[in-house]
Write a protein of this length. Sequence first.
Length: 498
Amino acid sequence: MKIDLSFAKPSKVACDLAVFVVGETGAYPNSIELVGDADLIAKAADIADFSATKGGSFSFIAPSASPFGKVLIIAPGRADPEKGPAKAASNIWLNAGGKVCAKIGSSEKVHIFTDVDTDGSDAENVAQFAFGLILRAYDFDEYKTITKKDGADKLRKVKILASNYLAVKKEFNSRQAIADGVCLARRLVNEPANTLGPVEFANEAKALEELGIKTEILTEKQMSKLGMNALLGVSLGSERPPRMAIMTWNGGKKGDDPIAFVGKGVVFDTGGISLKPGGGMEDMKGDMGGAAAVIGVMKALAGRKAKANVIGILGLVENMPDGKAQRPGDIVTSMSGQTIEIINTDAEGRLVLCDALFYCNERFKPKFMINLATLTGAVLVALGQQHAGLFSNNDELSEQITQSGLTTRERVWRLPIDKEYDKMIDSRFADMKNTGGRFAGSITAAQFLHRFVGDTPWAHLDVAGTAMNSPKTDISNTWASGFGVRLLNDLVETHYET
């Protein structure tokens, strides 16, 4: 859905749909008098069993004397402080915005009245409401022609009306940048692999230079010279050349060590010689969900001019079976000099990440590194689609990520890293093997990555269950969720901006 969003003072102007946001105390916006029939509103609320404290909504056709076509009443509800950090309370307003967007339907002119007292609603809450509306409006229908919904391309003019609209607009500006980052991540994960290869993905990173990000693209030849044989081995069976994109945002103090995000960008994963089953393989276009989150958060940080120095690195390859593809039993030497026996060519993401992490650590000496990857199916078995797996060598960083996950509702659950698991990836013929077998699959993948980060604080987020084929929510209605963008943005904003 295409939304043209604006902010203004409340006014009596005709529209197709008028939305009135009710406070948790049951207070209606003063502008509710424009509807013109208090008894009708009360009766409709009673029929709908409407409760302002519990949230909910109801709608009705406006009286003929009203300037509105249809009226929607919605209450975000009351936040429960025991269910998360204080900042997370604004998520009820975020979700309310998404719910309103879902009810816009064919209405082309929508006015949303948000004043729940004489001073207007809290500017941050209303900005969150607008944020949720924009996130829910995202859809991916670029490739639909005859099956596209009627009116899908019509522009909906949505105006949020508040007495303190200038304060709301100021609060929303940074959220618009975050929404842009989330929608970029969603679009890339949704995009089919025949149009989004490693080169095209790298070009998406290059396009962020217009926001002030410096982007370098390493070619296959350059990566070979650096000794990135683990990453390059994954791409051997593909006709499409690999790339590494290095994005630098210098918004913090000059000379401050950066923080770093690293993303797995396997644009399509057949499993290679260890070929995946055919059923559901089409979903492997989303095996670059980690890289999508990294490019999305870099766009968000640059868009809102974050006061932090941040590095974003994308390891971009395609994993295909071919006469040139690497085989189970092959041994490769990573950039770190450590050797890896390939047991299963479908355990390829960790081969991409190990060289990317080592390169990031050696070149940039970051305060910490966080990598994101749709790394293992095992994490879905362990955590389903409600949490991403979190693995870390640093308790402080792990706690910060966990709290940001609770704040944004992009939740994580910490799983162990331990020497006992580390033994499972020891190899008879090389320094390590790329899979530890059937048991503890997500943990042994993390143990593998742990061998390439040294003493640098590091965290690995396994987003296989949350980045693609994700459950629909009030603010996400497509196959790709953009998971990780809001979480990482909150982490930077809360702890690492100067």
